[in-house]
Ligand binder design. Structure first.
Ligand code: HEM
Length: 202
């Protein structure tokens, strides 16, 4: 499968951009119209976390989908999706630090002791930082082979993200279970290809 480069760049990419931006628009509209429920801060925090994880998983789906559909262009969407993951994760962190902790570091410290899943979220976020910083073409060229190795950080990032989610859910574990299964399948597929000596693409 292959789309004309102009269709891909001028139509598909902008559509994807708008789709990835939709949760932000949804939240802004909800704030404006006052439709985010009784606890809008919690709603915003959760929605931002949800989308950070969902987009991260979708980004990891691109490589296997490219092979399955034989659609090489799909990997060109990785950078945009990876940066949107970082965007939602950063807003999620900001929302937590600002609205839940009032930027009080000692309060964050004691919260981490009370709710250790926070530490898993923070670790996932730490893994995402170098990925976002080195996402430009320039950095890719500069780092050469090391870029691929560095970008393997996406694997622990998704594992920590899923554990963070699973751990905090109290009642219905269906959603984190689906994400954990998807993560398992995606990482096992990569490991299997790696063992066969095939080139891997994050
Ligand atoms: C940067 C450090 C992070 C902090 C401090 C943090 C903190 C939190 C907090 C306080 C909650 C709400 C817990 C509750 O209400 O019980 C939450 C939920 C969540 N976070 Fe994080 N998080 C971080 C990073 C991440 C990252 C990197 C991801 C994804 C890759 C993520 C995904 C989620 C998800 C999916 C939820 C659950 C949303 C829901 O219940 O629908 N978080 N996080």
């Amino acid at each position: 499968m292959q789309l004309k480069a102009t269709t891909f760049n001028n139509i598909l990419k902008p559509i994807l951009f708008l789709l990835l931006l939709a949760p932000t628009i949804w939240l802004i509209a909800g704030l404006w119209l006052n439709t985010l429920g009784a606890n809008p801060i919690e709603y915003i925090l959760h929605t931002l976390g949800d989308w950070a994880l969902r987009i991260l998983l979708l980004t990891l789906l691109l490589s296997p989908l490219r092979r399955l559909l034989n659609w090489i262009q799909l990997v060109q969407l990785r950078r945009m999706m990876g940066l949107f993951t970082f965007y939602y994760a950063s807003l999620h962190l900001l929302c937590y630090l600002w609205f839940e902790q009032g930027f009080n570091l000692s309060s964050v410290y004691s919260d981490v002791w009370d709710r250790p899943f926070i530490l898993f979220g923070m670790t996932a976020f730490l893994f995402l930082i170098p990925l976002a910083i080195t996402s430009t073409r320039n950095k890719m060229r500069q780092l050469g082979r090391r870029w691929k190795v560095l970008h393997m950080l996406v694997y622990p990032a998704v594992i920590f993200g899923v554990v963070h989610f699973w751990w905090l859910v109290k009642a219905d574990t269906t959603e984190p279970l689906i994400y954990a299964l998807l993560t398992f399948i995606l990482l096992t597929e990569r490991l299997w290809r790696f063992k066969r000596g095939e080139k891997s693409g994050a």
